[in-house]
Design a protein around this ligand. Sequence first.
Ligand code: SF4
Ligand code: SF4
Length: 173
Amino acid sequence: MQASYTAYYNAWRTIAWSNPHLSYTGDGHIDNGFCQDCKRCCAPQIGDPPYPMPLLASQCAAGAADALYMMDKETAVLDERGCKALGENGCTLERALRPKSCGLFPIVLMEGWLFLYTLCPASLLVPFMTWFGLAQSVAQWLAALSADDLARLSLAIPDDAINRFTPFHLRIF
Ligand code: SF4
Ligand code: SF4
């Protein structure tokens, strides 16, 4: 386990030296330069439980569900099939229709609080305070959403959260 973690860390540390861009775009999306080498968030989730990706009311109305595998009529899902919207050259959905769960990842809204998914290579190699600044911007964007959309986007905190998430201690609702 230690050896595999070290190999994982060293592989990504090499990529981090090229200083991939990382910024918040202002519309509920993080522009993360690590993703082009990782693609984990769009790929088949082998051995992991299905990951819910709730849609905003506006995304549902615009027909985003047609391009995604769905858990229910308002919640897309990433599971062992991968994401239905992933094409040969990346995501086929225009950004406005992509679930915010993938757009904001590795920042995650759970039960009204913001967390950082710590197993993302960008989380591992970019200083936490950089992520905290991004999370503050995300918090401002979330605060402008309707209570209905916030309730949709907020996931349940899993039992093993302590192994995979770091809290920002930023409460959205
Ligand atoms: S795990 Fe992190 S780097 Fe990888 S695709 Fe997801 S957000 Fe991007
Ligand atoms: S909607 Fe696009 S970016 Fe989001 S998980 Fe699916 S393919 Fe990836």
